[in-house]
Design a protein. Structure first.
Length: 240
């Protein structure tokens, strides 16, 4: 390991620090010593091919999968904490499947997510006015982009200090992808986001800062523009 890799993240700048995370599930060693840090502003993209371990990394941060290693959030070691305790420290999670209750209305979906004594409806409706106008609509009848607004709106409702957002554009039509990019842009102006996303054009629109996971390890940390050839090779895409 080089000195640069070994050096501790700057605790004044990094809100989330992950050190030597290992996850083993059913005999598979899925994360094999993942370490990186996420600063307290803007978007950090978590990239990697299918099955590289991106979702597992987010789930490991929240303690949703058994793991070893260290997770430090806002200067506190939360590695031994239960998921609900970690979430209460101020981490919002928009999972890959969005976790929206299709049979409930938009308003009911938001109400279910209330955690803090003063949920921030003003902020959520300011960012996503559609969630107010569609309050009585069943969430299952919303477009994919609108459902993503509900998922991110729920995470913003509480006073979260960081959002973990997993593949928000997966399976969405290009027009809706643009909608989601706008949603993320608006959200990122208020809270730092660790974003798992395969759509590189979208990632580029939001950030130049990336961590790339390959086969359960961090293979690249830096900017998208640092070393495009290497990123291209690691991601297996024709253009980065
Ligand atoms: N609960 C589980 N049991 C067994 N294997 C799992 C489990 N969860 C994940 N894996 C495996 O771990 C590897 C990493 O999965 P993960 O979902 O983290 O990848 P990913 O980078 O998010 O990929 P994708 O882009 O396809 O979602 C995959 O090979 C997956 O099959």
């Amino acid at each position: 390991m080089s000195d640069a890799q070994r050096s501790e993240p700057d605790s004044t700048a990094d809100l989330l620090q992950i050190q030597d995370l290992h996850v083993r599930i059913g005999g598979s060693h899925i994360l094999q010593g993942v370490s990186f840090a996420v600063p307290g502003s803007g978007v950090t993209a978590l990239l990697g091919r299918n099955g590289a371990g991106k979702t597992t990394t987010l789930r490991a941060v929240l303690g949703l999968v058994p793991r070893t290693g260290t997770v430090v959030f806002d200067g506190e070691d939360v590695s031994g904490r239960r998921p609900y305790e970690i979430v209460r420290r101020g981490i919002g999670y928009a999972p890959e499947d969005r976790g929206v209750f299709g049979g409930l209305t938009v308003a009911e979906n938001l109400r279910l997510a209330e955690r803090d004594p003063s949920p921030r409806y003003d902020l959520v409706y300011e960012l996503f006015p559609e969630l107010r106008t569609r309050a009585k609509q069943a969430a299952g009848t919303l477009s994919g982009g609108q459902q993503q607004m509900v998922a991110i709106g729920r995470a913003l409702l509480n006073d979260n200090r960081m959002l973990l957002v997993d593949e928000p554009t997966k399976g969405l039509a290009p027009k809706i992808v643009t909608e989601v990019a706008e949603v993320l842009e608006r959200a990122a102006a208020t809270v730092p986001i660790l974003l798992v996303e395969q759509n590189l054009a979208l990632v580029r629109r939001l950030t130049d800062r990336a961590v790339l996971i390959a086969e359960g390890r961090v293979a690249y940390t830096g900017t998208l523009s640092d070393d495009p050839e290497r990123l291209q090779e690691l991601l297996g895409v024709s253009r980065v």
